[in-house]
Design a protein around this ligand. Structure first.
Ligand code: ADP
Ligand code: ZN
Ligand code: ZN
Length: 826
């Protein structure tokens, strides 16, 4: 392209590189008109056109004198923000993620920014439920939009453009969003109910002329209670921004009739005030417990290790009191006015841990989870930018704009749900946290009772520090673990459906003593499905290669991959046979059957089906805490971070299923799950009991779980990983090709295979059809790249993947094949 060199000569004009919220591989460059140059900064959003007519807000990530090389730059239409919405450090993290996980900056931005900060022409707006129809405070243009919205339910940003007859509208939209006059439509779908409280204020003339207050006192002089209420109001009004009715009731010991009377007399008026649901924490905070000896020693060691290491693995058995150690570290950080990020797997973000931390830190803590709506997200985003001391959140909180982040706690670091599977960026929350800490000069503490093999390997090799807490808090013994031999019971005809007599007897004893139990059943591959005994027909999803799961409660067959659902047929659709048999057993079936053997027990269930609603999860936990339930049956969810005082027995329904999973991490995962769920028993008062049912009782992992022998598991696993070339010795990159037509996919697979193997040779395994070969009507084919741990080789492999993808897409008829790359797949 030598004839284009001329373009590289700076032309004295200003250009910006902008990330757009659409699927394009690179940032796009725009020209900045003279009159906007002074307003432009890194991290601001600008309004730009892309394609023929679409307008977007894009994020400025670079300012340059270089015009784009391959196209003529269009002009920036307007500057949306006055101050940057992201920080430079944040952007460096994005760049690292895009490079490491091989995705575009646009995809990262999409994952990172709350919806209110990434508007497009199609974004639908509605009138905010908080807008009180007070049109008088609006500017002319705001008025036009509010009016349009009070006539039509919703309008798009494109409509706004037409209504105003102007092209640039994003700055106006931003200000309307900030003033909470308009909302994004998607927020109404999530049924956002602002929390409102009833408040009291002076009616005119008293509001404007406080000197007339004596007149008001005159008016109520005949009622002692009204006088008290007025006195209370005057005092409260002086020291707080709003006076709630509740405040007056409390202070003056009056009720609503008193306030009503004063409203009638024209002294008060009532109004509703929206308060943030992000929680002003209203109760008083309490001091953290005194540290136990083991905690003091762990703290000392952690701090020592932090002097030479950036990451410390805190390996403490379940119930050892790790949380109290984090609290201490957090308090120290707060005294230095630093920010702290406390990461948890999403599902472990239960009210329990939130309560525990809020009791100590009160309003200093903000909770970021997937159930927040966009307004709450923006509110939280801004509070972090303003220096909110502590954020408790799932992996997506890594995207928040920290200013002075100095400590990241990754609690339950082993948990697979730290990994984002789909869509891009397919990142590991734990690994990204470690890189993020490096950017901020922060320390990381990885806490767990069951370290991932990778993290323990890093601790062994000296890359991370290692601190152990081998005892439970309060000297409570680790639970007694009993293996119930299901095979033997089956032979002796003692097995009762899915339950061994050992388990049933323990449960009975537990109920008699008024104690509680938890039963764990793995989710994957255990779902109940229907099969015809005559012809072998089974209930399959029409879009995916998986059996449909039977949901008894709704009498429906559902696909857990795509959501497809259908009625249970009355007879076999293939042969007409009326005998369809239920196979497998899920939590719902266990709950049902348990009722047969333990008719008096109150049984609850916690799985993805029962915790859908916003508060369902908290309700089940609360019912169990308050002992309205005797037995809790659940999936993975019951293994995570729950702390119940009265649980004496934990049952694992089938260890075999965990151990037989066709995955190199099967043993590691099985150990983690069984140990974690065991840890739910006997936490406060006395030693708990765990019953693990298994057909293959000889499996080494079972012995390791019984003895709580992580070290033996680690030694065995690490040897196998080395021998079979798996992480941490080797790195994996999984590439998945997808297409709706199997023939096209096969052709694509052949082309890709040839070109990837040209550069990577025997490092590439595949093509292979994955465990589930068709999802949402797309057929899938996997390749796995397995390469030695070496940054250069890794970079070379990633580049080769990009080249092979390009080659594929340029081949005839192949442009529609989707290629996804998963670096360090779980
Ligand atoms: P882990 O997170 O290591 O499993 P937890 O932090 O949940 O352990 O602690 C286990 C139990 O011990 C909890 O009920 C907790 O309240 C209690 N505990 C831990 N440390 C202390 C302490 N210093 N003082 C009083 N109780 C404590
Ligand atoms: Zn049949
Ligand atoms: Zn499906």
């Amino acid at each position: 392209m030598s004839n284009q060199t001329a373009h590289f000569v700076p032309d004295g004009n200003t250009y910006v590189e902008v990330i757009l919220p659409i699927a394009i591989p690179k940032p796009y460059t725009y020209y900045v008109p003279e009159e906007l140059v002074a307003d432009i900064q890194f991290g601001l959003r600008v309004e730009v056109q892309f394609g023929k007519s679409k307008l977007y807000t894009g994020l400025v990530i670079n300012i340059t004198n270089q015009p784009p090389q391959d196209y003529k730059a269009k002009a920036v239409l307007s500057v949306v923000d006055q101050k940057p919405i992201i920080t430079a450090t944040q952007f460096r993290l994005w760049q690292w993620m895009a490079d490491y996980y091989r995705c575009t900056l646009g995809e990262i931005m999409n994952a990172a920014l709350p919806a209110n900060l990434k508007l497009t022409s199609e974004t639908q707006l509605t009138l905010s439920p908080l807008f009180d129809d007070d049109f008088s405070m609006l500017s002319d243009k705001e008025y036009l939009i509010a009016e349009a919205l009070s006539i039509q339910q919703e309008i798009s940003i494109d409509d706004v453009r037409q209504i105003l007859g102007q092209k640039t509208v994003y700055p106006l939209i931003r200000s309307l969003l900030e003033k909470k006059i308009i909302y994004l439509k998607e927020d109404l779908k999530t049924k956002y109910k602002p929390k409102k409280v009833g408040c009291v204020r002076f009616k005119e003339p008293y509001a404007t002329y406080p000197e007339l207050i004596n007149e008001a006192f005159e008016k109520v002089s005949r009622s002692q209670r009204q006088t008290n209420a007025l006195l209370a109001f005057v005092q409260l009004d002086r020291r707080q921004e709003v006076v709630r009715k509740q405040d007056i009731y409390k202070m003056a010991e009056v009720d609503t009739s008193v306030i009503q009377a004063m409203v009638k007399k024209g002294i008060f008026e009532l109004y509703d005030k929206e308060i943030s649901r992000l929680g002003s924490y209203e109760e008083a905070t309490i001091d953290a417990n005194t540290l136990a000896e083991q905690q003091v020693s762990a703290l000392r060691q952690i701090k020592e290790q932090f002097e030479s290491k950036n990451v410390v693995l805190l390996h403490g058995v379940t119930g050892s009191g790790k949380t109290r150690v984090y609290i201490e570290l957090i308090q120290e950080a707060l005294r230095r006015e630093e920010q702290v990020l406390y990461l948890l797997p999403e599902i472990a973000l239960t009210t329990q841990i939130i309560d525990r931390l809020q009791k100590v830190f009160g309003d200093d803590i903000a909770v970021y989870h997937s159930r927040l709506n966009n307004n709450e997200r923006v509110e939280l985003w801004n509070s972090v930018l303003d220096g909110k001391p502590i954020v408790l959140g799932a992996r997506s909180s890594l995207f928040l704009p920290f200013k002075k982040l100095k400590l990241i706690v990754v609690d339950e670091e082993h948990d697979p749900s730290f990994k984002q599977q789909d869509p891009n960026p397919r990142y590991s929350g734990r690994d990204t946290a470690i890189y993020m800490a490096h950017l901020h000069g922060a320390k990381v503490i990885l806490g767990t009772a069951t370290p991932s093999i990778e993290s323990y390997f890093n601790a062994q090799s000296g890359k991370y520090g290692l601190v152990e807490m081998p005892e439970r808090y309060g000297g409570i013994s680790m639970p007694e673990i009993i293996i119930a031999d299901a095979k033997e019971e089956l032979q002796k005809r003692k097995l009762q459906s899915h339950f061994t007599t050992t388990l049933i007897d323990e449960l009975k004893g537990c109920l008699e003593r008024g104690e509680q139990a938890i039963l764990f059943q793995n989710r994957r591959g255990y779902s109940p499905s229907y099969r015809c005994n005559t012809c072998g027909w089974h209930s399959e999803c029409i879009h995916c290669d998986v059996s449909l799961t039977y949901h008894k409660f709704h009498n429906l067959l559902k696909c857990h991959y795509c959501g497809y659902q259908t009625k249970l047929p009355e007879q076999c659709p293939a042969c007409g046979n009326k005998q369809l048999n239920l196979r497998g057993f899920g939590t719902e079936k266990i709950e049902d059957e348990l009722k047969i053997y333990l008719p008096d027990a109150q049984i609850g269930r916690m799985d993805l089906d029962t915790v859908r609603g916003k508060h369902a999860h908290a309700k089940i936990i609360n019912d169990f805490e308050e002992q309205r339930l005797d037995i809790l049956v659940g999936t993975q969810m019951v293994t995570k971070g729950l702390d119940f005082e009265n649980v004496a027995v934990v049952g694992v329904l089938s260890a075999d299923q965990l151990l037989q999973f066709p995955d190199f991490r099967a043993s590691e995962r099985a150990f983690q799950l069984m140990t974690q769920v065991s840890g739910r028993s006997g936490r406060k008062k006395k030693r708990g009991k765990v019953i693990i049912q298994a057909f293959n009782t000889a499996h080494p992992v079972l012995q390791e779980v019984i003895k709580n022998d992580y070290n033996s598991l680690y030694q065995r696993e690490i040897q196998e990983r080395r021998e079979y070339k798996y992480p941490p010795y080797f790195r994996l990159i999984r590439i998945t090709l997808k297409h709706k037509k199997p023939q096209t996919l096969n052709d694509a697979s052949r082309i890709f295979d040839k070109s990837i193997k040209q550069s990577l040779g025997h490092w590439v395994l595949g093509p292979a059809v994955p465990y589930v070969g068709r999802v949402r009507t797309y057929y899938l084919i996997d390749f796995m790249v397995k390469l030695p741990r070496d940054a250069k080789k890794m970079a070379y492999a990633k580049d080769s993947i990009v080249r092979a993808t390009d080659t594929l897409k340029k081949s005839g008829g192949m442009s529609g094949v989707r290629v996804s790359v998963d670096v360090d797949p779980y």
